[in-house]
Design a protein around this ligand. Structure first.
Ligand code: HAM
Length: 537
């Protein structure tokens, strides 16, 4: 292979990772419009923005979303934190430096290394770099005790202690058996969703002391190791909102859904369908009782189900209702329905949510099989599908999660929210022809000559200050070529600046659509463009 070919091959190696992609102009203009519309609509409902870290402790997600879910079981990107890695190295070096009692008489170097190591472990536990499990806390206690004893043994005793070498021998055996007692969990994960992080932040910043409820929205990338396909990516984007604290009044559920539908309406999304359900709460007289009943019924039809559903009979029977497998549908349709097993409070809550949606003119369809794939939900669940998405047609999912904040160590707190899959929303908008027609430049400045260039720089500055987008070519070009370029870039106007224009202080503006040309002084030019802008908007 020639050098040149090898270099070319090398360059080709860099590609976006499977399931991730670059978002490029002009499509990013649509992304911006979608996000800006979300900010505008959510602000009218008094939601404020929260910006969250992209990674958190794995335990936060595991505890919130549930270890039996697909997201936690197989889709998280979990990374070994560097501090853990460097602590591993410290342990290795500490043991490398371990003196041998039969040959060593001077332990001082080792003892000072040990003191430094105790400090590192202390910092790592305090900073959450290694988990504060019971085992780690006990291991740290042992380590401190070992260190105290090592310091004691290394005190000068002028040879009065005959057992000193044997004591060191015992201590070193203890140090050796300490070696693997710290747990180094892979303790950081890229966020697969943001509800858990919002609840963590609510607790961490004592937001329960603010007027309740606290209404927050977020946008940004989420990460799940799913099999990539149209509308399903490993790095995808969500626009989400959460209402935390206050009451669980059904009006809150309905208002959150109303806001969501108002957002879709404002974007001009067509064919969005809202599905709702209530999955009750986790008590014997409600969901727990239903789940047991479901398990019994599923066991009876086990042989007719696929391997995934068979496994879920034990781990998470509700998720069988989610199955899209064609052959299972007739059996699932005959299973008991949760609506018939809700406790009185949950039944009344669900009925009130529906009434509240009707009051707001929000159309919905009930779907008793809508159980959602994350464990934190209770009572109201909802999903919105949109056209143009193939099998991945859920453009938004959400629901109520009272109790999640408490599960994470906070005070009893009500919660409800949703997350929109922005990638899917964009695909659907494009499918229904609602992508914004992206405009080219407002003005392309065609200039020739030194003096004209100086005037062009000033004109560009003034036009940009007034809010117009301007392309100022960096190199002089013949007017014919420059106007061709203006046409290619989709400029609305070409501002022609040559020696004549500069001498006369009158600038020529060509309207690209019809080829007409007019002359203006600099202030008149700005005024003309402003007027045209008003007419076209
Ligand atoms: P989720 O249903 O897991 O809920 O995700 C919400 C939306 O994110 C989905 O409806 C879908 O549009 C989009 N989405 C999920 N996975 C992917 C993927 N791999 N590629 C592209 N889009 C995807 C949640 O995340 C909850 N945190 C929603 C919530 C907020 N519930 C209460 N508050």
């Amino acid at each position: 292979m020639s050098d040149a070919t090898a270099k070319k091959e090398d360059r080709r190696k860099f590609q976006a990772i499977r399931g991730t992609r670059d978002l490029l102009p002009p499509e990013t203009a649509l992304w911006n419009r979608v996000e800006q519309t979300a900010y505008d609509v959510f602000a009218t409902y008094n939601f404020g923005e929260i910006r969250l870290p992209v990674f958190e402790q794995t335990e936060l997600f595991a505890r919130s979303i549930g270890t039996d879910t697909d997201v936690i079981g197989k889709e998280m990107y979990t990374i070994l934190d560097r501090t853990s890695e460097s602590l591993w190295r410290d342990i290795y070096e500490l043991y490398e430096a371990l003196p041998h009692p039969s040959v060593s008489r001077d332990y001082s170097g080792f003892v000072s290394r040990l003191i430094g190591f105790v400090k590192r472990v202390d910092d790592a536990l305090a900073g959450g770099d290694i988990p504060t499990t019971e085992r780690n806390v006990a291991a740290f206690g042992d380590l401190k005790e070992i260190c105290r004893r090592a310091q004691e043994l290394s005190m000068p005793d002028e040879g009065r202690r005959p057992t000193i070498q044997a004591d060191w021998g015992t201590l070193i055996d203890r140090i050796l058996s300490w070696r693997n007692t710290l747990d180094f969990e892979e303790n950081l994960s890229l966020r697969p969703e943001a509800t858990a992080s919002v609840c963590r932040a609510y607790i961490e910043h004592g937001m329960q002391a603010l007027p309740q409820p606290v209404k927050l929205y977020y946008t940004g990338p989420m990460f799940r190791r799913e099999r990539p396909q149209k509308g399903r990516y490993r790095q995808f984007y969500q626009i989400g909102a959460e209402v935390l604290g206050g009451t669980d009044a059904p009006a809150i559920d309905a208002e959150v859904i109303e806001m969501l539908m108002a957002f879709f309406d404002k974007l001009g999304l067509q064919g969005a369908t809202l599905y709702i359900n209530s999955i009750g709460h986790n008590a014997d007289n409600c969901r727990r009782g239903y789940v047991e009943k479901l398990r019994t019924e599923l066991a009876k039809i086990k042989d007719n189900l696929g391997p995934d559903s068979q496994r879920r009979i034990d781990t998470n029977p509700l998720r069988v209702l989610d199955s899209k497998l064609e052959s299972e549908q007739p059996y699932i349709e005959k299973l008991p329905r949760i609506a018939d097993h809700l406790c009185d409070e949950c039944k009344a809550h669900y009925a009130a949510v529906k009434r509240q949606l009707e009051l707001r003119g929000v159309l919905y369809q009930e779907n008793w099989r809508l159980v959602r794939g994350l464990d934190y939900y209770m009572r109201t669940t909802f999903e919105i599908t949109a056209p143009g998405l193939g099998s991945q047609n859920a453009v938004c999912g959400g629901g109520r999660y009272d109790g999640l904040v408490e599960l994470l160590g906070g005070p009893p707190t009500k919660g409800i929210g949703f997350a929109i899959g922005e990638d899917r929303l964009i695909l659907s908008l494009q499918a229904c022809g609602k992508e914004k027609v992206v405009q080219g430049r407002d003005v392309y400045i065609a200039w020739m000559g030194e003096r004209a260039y100086a005037a062009a720089i000033h004109a560009a500055k003034d036009l940009r200050n007034a809010g117009f987008s301007v392309e100022l070519p960096p190199i002089e070009q013949k007017f014919g070529k420059a106007l061709g370029q203006a046409d290619k870039l989709g400029a609305k106007y070409a501002l022609i600046l040559g020696d004549n224009e500069v001498s006369e202080a009158l600038w020529t503006l060509k309207t690209m659509a019809d080829g007409t040309q007019q002359k203006f002084t600099a202030p008149d030019l700005l005024e003309f463009l402003r007027q045209q802008e008003k007419v076209s908007s």
